[in-house]
Design a protein around this ligand. Sequence first.
Ligand code: SF4
Length: 372
Amino acid sequence: MLFLKKLAELWEPIGSIENNKVQCKVCSHYCIISPGKRGFCNSRENIDGKLYTLNYGSCISHGSTDPIEKKPLYHFYPGSNAFSIATVGCSFRCKHCQNWNIGPSAYPDKDGIVAKIFKKDENYAQPFKLTQMMPDEVVTRAKKANCKSIAYTYNEPTIWFEFIKDTALKAKEKDIKNILVTNGYSSRESNEEYIKFIDAANIDFKAFNDSFYDKIVGVPSMQPVLDTSEFMKKKGVHVEITNLIIPKENDDLHEIRSMVKWIIKHLGADTPLHFSAYHPSYRLKNPRTPPKILKDAWKLAKEEGLQYVFMGNFLSDEGGSTVCPQCNTNIIERIGYHTINRNLTIENKCGQCGFKIPIIGKFSQEKRSFLF
Ligand code: SF4
């Protein structure tokens, strides 16, 4: 029997006993929720003065096997596969969301069985049935698919806190790693928990200013994202950063330089940074990112001293490989999701000069059914 509506963690009653209000502490919205209402993410509801998560075990599918480079994580078990699962809902309202029909526009019905779409988006998508999987099944499927890790991805995973925690702890017992692909808006309280069972995170820097977050993302400040990145890195989680560059919105090179400097100072010069190309999606219709902007950002980041900078979402001969910062040898070459070990030793050193490359886990050459 499935128990999809589950008493949540990380909340407390707030105000008077009579008003039955609760405060959720899973993400940095810190929603105060009245009885019968849901939080900003629409997946957690106050029922008679207690907070419930509505999508425990409610997944968009039975999961899929993805190259870990698709997350993107380039320096965490390179060449391996990640078993990817997702639910519906999000803590952001990005106008350019590329997964809007499972993210900002979607929410679980009262039983967590059907995903509904907000009324104003009815023209775009119909409600759809969610797939029920409990943590044991996720781990069994990941093992059977020979995946080194489970990735909580596609929609914002933080709002699925309880299910991720239960699944990740079971995965750890089977020596399967756990990955968050996240907007970083998780709270200090949930981050204190995540560091106990999350091994790696790709954190999305949507821009490097609060006004973009306010206007495009729907939250007042990016400070919680910076705090999450710094905290996870300090606590030993492998962190990589993604930055999607949108023409006319966040493509100012001065701002990108400030972001790169922040990463070097707070996360370290060996932190992988992925610049990614935007294409029009959902409610934002700006033109695609010209390759020149991406390349300028890539060059700038390397000039500033960031050692592992990549470009994604467009075809290019450069910006996909891990190159030795000391002798410039090509260490790992990537063509789409095809990953080739050119010069990485079994100790994760440069095969030419012996420089230690900060890669977690061993390189493997798992079968991939597609290159891009
Ligand atoms: S997870 Fe975040 S958005 Fe959802 S109810 Fe909790 S504080 Fe609000």
